[in-house]
Design a protein around this ligand. Structure first.
Ligand code: DAK
Length: 260
């Protein structure tokens, strides 16, 4: 599949998706959102993809937000429609993927960029990264799930401070607050992302996917996370991966999970 604004490459069980608009600090326009949506869907549909790593091109930014030049002229109706469509097409889609997604945050992650990183299952930041939701400085509010996901990750008080002040926090602060899982040198960001992806890859893809669904259920309206866990736990016993995992343990060998 060919893209204009992103690069999507497969290597050794990992889909590397790179947002590739470095001159605009990888700002998300409609085309980028559309292409990311397609690339994530393709990764989710491909059984060979065990982990996705998402990053930005260049050395300065993961994503510096939604493309301000594009959304500057939106009307009330367009704003509402696009928020709903974008959340559905990309941000919720990433969060709900069974294939784990790691955001490798290689610089600014602002507005829609931080919202995208927060949709991912894990976040690893380089020590030069800066994160924030500066929407109110432009007269809007976060529209791609940021008011909810930031509060879930850092707590309501800090989320409201970040949103209302439109300020940025650095990678160390983000780490202390649980917004990112790890911080590393820029030169080691890819290596650390690959290392963590490598650990995930060894495990049963069906079990990892089920665990993501169970964790997510606790944050979804009308769902009970404990009930979802019981359901998914029971279902795991019927999978070939479960048979392989337990058999391999008893045979004292490494499991060869097929993701079934
Ligand atoms: N959009 C478009 N272009 C951007 C951009 C953005 N978000 N961020 C940077 N650029 C462009 C700059 O305009 C500049 O382009 P040229 O002038 O060279 O053509 C180029 O990238 C380099 O940027 P700077 O020259 O500004 O670089 P600096 O190092 O001086 O500053 C910065 C880096 C990240 C501090 C600065 O670029 C900056 O403040 N950027 C804007 C950050 C921001 O406010 N982002 C938007 C947050 S609001 C919606 C749902 C959600 C949203 C919108 C709509 N709907 C459902 C409709 C979300 C909104 C947001 O994300």
């Amino acid at each position: 599949m060919s893209y204009n604004t992103i690069i999507s490459e497969f290597e050794d069980g990992i889909q590397h998706i790179t947002i590739n608009r470095p001159k605009q600090l990888n700002a998300l326009n409609k085309e980028t959102i559309e292409e990311l949506s397609r690339a994530f869907q393709q990764a989710e549909d491909d059984q060979n993809v065990r982990v996705v790593i998402l990053t930005g091109s260049g050395e300065k930014a993961f994503v510096a937000g939604a493309d301000i030049k594009e959304f500057a002229s939106f009307s009330v109706e367009q704003g509402k429609a696009l928020a709903a469509e974008g959340q559905q097409k990309l941000f919720n889609k990433v969060a709900e993927m069974g294939t784990p997604v790691i955001a490798a945050i290689n610089g600014f992650a602002l507005g829609g960029g931080l919202e995208l990183a927060m949709s991912c299952h894990l976040r690893i930041a380089s020590d030069n990264a800066k994160m924030g939701l500066p929407e109110v400085s432009l007269g809007v509010i976060p529209g791609y799930g940021g008011t909810q996901r930031l509060a879930q990750l850092v707590g309501k008080g800090k989320a409201l401070e970040m949103i209302a002040t439109a300020g940025m926090i650095d990678a160390e602060d983000a780490y202390r607050r649980g917004l990112v899982n790890h911080v590393t040198f820029p030169s080691e960001l890819k290596e650390l992302s690959l290392k963590i992806a490598g650990k995930i890859k060894k495990n049963s893809p069906t079990a990892v996917a089920a665990a993501i669904k169970a964790v997510n259920a606790g944050y979804e309206d009308g769902k009970n996370g404990f009930d979802e866990e019981i359901k998914r736990f029971g279902e795991a016993f019927g999978t070939p991966d479960f048979k392989e995992g337990t058999t391999a343990f008893m045979d004292k060998r490494k499991p060869d999970f097929k993701g079934e």
